[in-house]
Design a protein around this ligand. Structure first.
Ligand SMILES: N[C@@H](CCC(=O)N[C@@H](CS)C(=O)NCC(=O)O)C(=O)O
Length: 207
């Protein structure tokens, strides 16, 4: 089986980071193709890879998988030995819930604090809806860690799909200098210590 992951710029593309961490988590061999975003030909080039003209896209022998959540489920099913979802059924249900919430929510945080890994500066002011998103993220992280985090420093102890989903948020919170309660700050540090995340970050800093 051959896998090709199509991504956007490493500095800016938060969804690509999720897809890339997912493939890394699976342990599968894959080829990486980077399509630069924000260029005149970006849309046309993305359409060559994906019906939605969005990244990430995972191509495999039988076709194309677009959207990060579909990529997560495909890889988890295809590489069960990687245990990409938590093994415990209650932890897995919570992991699926928080990933779905991340996938469809947090619009204020996304639009006001876009991922920019090279940035190291706070916003002049933070709106109430962004503060609300951050409070909810802190509650998610604290809840996962308290209930299921005993086996390691990640949301569900061992690293899982949920960490791939929240890694771009950890990056944003650090880039924009957001002050966090101790447990959430420790989780941001865990993401920054994740070797796969570090590899992506180092490439993003060189872009
Ligand atoms: N729901 C999609 C979101 C994908 C997405 O919005 N990707 C952005 C990059 S972070 C994109 O491809 N933008 C290209 C464009 O809009 O031209 C997923 O989960 O993969």
């Amino acid at each position: 089986m051959s896998l090709e992951l199509v991504i956007g710029n490493k500095n800016y593309s938060s969804w690509s980071l999720r897809g890339w961490l997912l493939v890394e988590l699976s342990g599968a061999a894959y080829q990486e193709t980077l399509v630069p975003l924000f260029r005149a030909d970006t849309h046309a080039r993305l359409l060559e890879h994906s019906p939605t003209a969005k990244v990430p896209v995972l191509k495999w022998d039988a076709g194309v998988i677009w959207d990060s959540l579909a990529i997560a489920e495909y890889l988890a099913e295809r590489f069960p030995e990687a245990a990409m979802w938590p093994r415990d059924v209650a932890a897995r249900a919570m992991a699926r819930s928080v990933c779905a919430e991340m996938h469809s929510g947090f619009g204020a945080l996304r639009s006001h604090m876009p991922m920019d890994m090279q940035r190291n500066a706070p916003l002049a002011s933070v709106t109430d809806d962004v503060k609300h998103d951050i409070q909810r993220i802190v509650a998610i992280w604290t809840g996962c860690r308290e209930r299921f985090g005993q086996g390691g420093p990640y949301l569900f102890g061992e690293v899982s799909i949920a960490d791939a989903y929240f890694a771009p948020v950890a990056s944003r919170l650090r880039s924009y200098g957001v002050q966090l309660p101790a447990e959430a700050a420790a989780y941001v540090e865990t993401i920054f210590q994740w070797p796969a995340f570090q590899r992506w970050l180092q490439a993003a800093l060189k872009e």
